[in-house]
Design a protein around this ligand. Structure first.
Ligand code: FAD
Length: 278
């Protein structure tokens, strides 16, 4: 019979030392993927009682976000809104209210869907995931954790928390377009974190989701945001990234036209945030 384990700490979880343990957090992806498909000897570890994987706090210049924090807790958090507004934006537009109440940020990254909303936001913010296993912990940039529909965690490793530089000089934003205005998976999403300087945006980090992987960096778009004429050069850079990432795909023209519109909206949203900070 399938076994269910409900450890209360990471050390209890790692002491299970059973091969092939599968983790479940909020279950919003896991249940859909595993319903009726678990083998009799499967071991399911429910992570939800592990308090070390919860909490949002500011510590030594970094924002720490436990992997079990839900989309609702992220977008309601004053700390997330202040230091990581792109992540608050992504959490706010994800799924329905019921999904946001269950879906965890660790699960969203670990699931690694190319259309996931939090990975580009976290990557733009320079977030690192703290990966933990019985062997210890390591810090990995979020964009290196997400692969193509598969994460790059090692066997038995999980995401304990995320660490984001807490920088008040930086503003950030996330935008997505789906097939509907609500409860819609992203057709395209984009996130940027920048340092405003004059009318330009320096030291930018810009990531696009849905182009084959959940978070693809666009160096040309980052350069465009820091130079005059960004209204023209930013959409051009994003469209060129789409050609490079998904050449010849039937969805390419659609994605390019959405990226052009998102580039404009991103500039407008960042300008709004810059003005609010002044
Ligand atoms: C109706 C609906 C609408 C949705 N809309 C959106 C949307 O708009 N945008 C979007 O991005 N997503 C959307 N999703 C997917 C979203 O709910 C999930 O990606 C969610 O964030 C996953 O978190 P979870 O806690 O439910 O993970 P689970 O379902 O529990 O787990 C997902 C996967 O991650 C692994 N896992 C979970 N936590 C960890 C961890 N800490 N470390 C390592 N591995 C872990 C599990 O083993 C499993 O493989 C939607 C889902 C549904 C059902």
């Amino acid at each position: 019979m399938t076994a269910l384990e409900r450890p209360r700490s990471l050390s209890e979880l790692f002491s299970l030392r059973r091969a092939g343990v599968t983790f479940v957090a909020g279950g919003t992806d896991w249940i859909i993927r595993n319903r009726g498909r678990l083998s009799d000897d499967a071991v399911v570890a429910d992570l939800s009682l592990i308090d070390e994987m919860r909490g949002i706090s500011l510590d030594g210049g970094y924002l720490r976000i436990g992997a079990l924090e839900t989309m609702t807790s992220l977008h309601r958090s004053a700390l997330v809104r202040k230091y990581a507004s792109a992540l608050a934006d992504a959490a706010y537009v994800m799924g329905s209210e019921q999904i946001r109440n269950r879906a965890t940020v660790g699960g969203n990254v670990a699931n690694s869907s190319p259309a996931a909303d939090t990975p580009p936001a976290l990557a733009a913010l320079g977030a690192e995931a703290v990966a933990a296993s019985a062997e210890g912990k390591r810090r990995v940039p979020v964009e290196e954790i997400v692969g193509r529909n598969k994460n790059n965690l090692a066997e038995g490793e999980l995401i304990k928390e995320f660490i984001i530089p807490a920088d008040t000089e930086r503003i950030s934003a996330f935008l997505k377009v789906g097939s509907r205005s609500q409860v819609s998976i992203s057709r395209i999403n984009v996130a940027a974190a920048v340092r405003p300087q004059g009318g330009l945006y320096k030291e930018g980090r810009l990531f696009v989701g849905t182009l084959g992987v959940a978070a693809r960096r666009c160096a040309a778009a980052e350069a465009a945001m820091g130079a005059p004429g960004l209204e023209k050069s930013l959409p051009e850079a994003l469209c060129a990234l789409a050609v490079e990432a998904i050449p010849g795909r039937p969805t390419l023209p659609y994605k390019q036209s959405v990226l052009r519109a998102l580039a404009q909206d991103l500039c407008a949203k960042l300008a709004e945030r810059r003005a609010a900070d002044e």
